[in-house]
Ligand binder design. Structure first.
Ligand code: PLP
Length: 285
């Protein structure tokens, strides 16, 4: 039986009901967070918690118990007997239930808070062998820095990529590569890592920030500048990264083979350094 968290209670998923007047359902007026549990500990839970609180602040969704994010995440792991498994915790907060109206409910209503934990393992084949990306204009809004559940503009291109046998989308805005539909994108040129800077055009990935710190700590140059899409043929390596999939080498973007068309040495090194970071986070090493 799957136990979920809904509005202060832990209950069987079969007993969890959300109103059709919920603004998350009607407007996508809600934010979310996804964390990774490595069979005994979370990886960078403080990073996820900070981004979660930032998303609440930026959307002006008020949840009085936001400081319980970490504890609820841990409870969900244990209540679902996932303590020694690899898992994810999904956490969503909507602006709450009110008759449909664009304006925020006045007086404010309690947010709807939902969380679940689920067994999860990464696609090791993709991480070893690499995958292709589909190149397409970025159709999203100007607040990609908010981890909003309003993801239609991510879902539609992702499905197109999937239909074309690609594992992820490579979004391009005004000629510059921004990010993927659910990941940040990195390039390697002359042994330096290039990636889009933090801005309203990308989600500031927790994996991204750990990759960049691992790179800097190990003497790998990091250039936080967007890569023009017409420079892809000059890139030596590429990879994308997120919490659920970790670091995935990219062989081809659109019609452009990247470098040798195989996972490159810098990508493999970053994968190792990131793994070391995950191991180092284990409190019972
Ligand atoms: N960019 C987008 C649009 C995402 O949806 C995600 C994760 O879901 C990321 C980047 C990577 O973020 P993180 O590394 O925190 O999972």
């Amino acid at each position: 039986m799957e136990t979920v968290y809904l509005n202060g209670q832990y209950l069987s998923k079969d007993d969890a009901f959300i109103s059709p007047d919920d603004r998350g359902f009607l407007f996508g007026d809600s934010i979310y967070e996804v964390t990774r549990w490595y069979g005994g500990y979370f990886f960078d839970l403080p990073g996820h918690a900070d981004r979660f609180r930032r998303s609440l602040k930026e959307t002006r969704i008020e949840w009085d118990d936001a400081d319980k994010f970490e504890q609820i995440s841990l409870d969900l792991i244990h209540r679902n007997d996932l303590g020694s498994e690899c898992a994810i915790v999904y956490f969503q907060v909507t602006r709450g239930v009110a008759p449909r109206n664009h304006a925020f409910p006045d007086p404010p209503v309690k947010p709807t808070v939902y969380g679940y934990a689920r067994r999860h393992s990464i696609n090791t084949l993709a991480c070893e062998r690499g995958v292709n990306m589909w190149l397409t204009p970025d159709p999203r809004w100007n607040r990609c820095d908010i981890k909003s559940t309003a993801l239609l503009a991510n879902v539609m291109p992702y499905q197109e990529a999937h239909d074309r046998g690609c594992a992820e989308v490579c979004f391009v805005r005004e000629g510059l590569v921004t990010e993927g539909a659910h990941s940040n994108i990195f390039f390697v040129k002359n042994d330096a890592i290039h990636t889009h800077p933090e801005s309203n055009y990308i989600l500031s990935g927790i994996t991204r920030s750990n990759i960049l710190s691992a790179a800097r700590e190990n003497g790998i140059s990091v250039i936080e500048e967007a890569v023009p899409a017409d420079m892809l043929s000059y890139m030596h390596e590429a990879f994308f990264a997120n919490t659920t999939g970790e670091i995935v080498p990219v062989l081809k973007i659109g019609d452009q083979v990247i470098g040798s068309g195989t996972p490159g040495p810098v990508t493999k090194n970053i994968q190792r350094l990131f793994r070391d970071k995950i191991e180092a986070a284990n409190p019972i090493r």
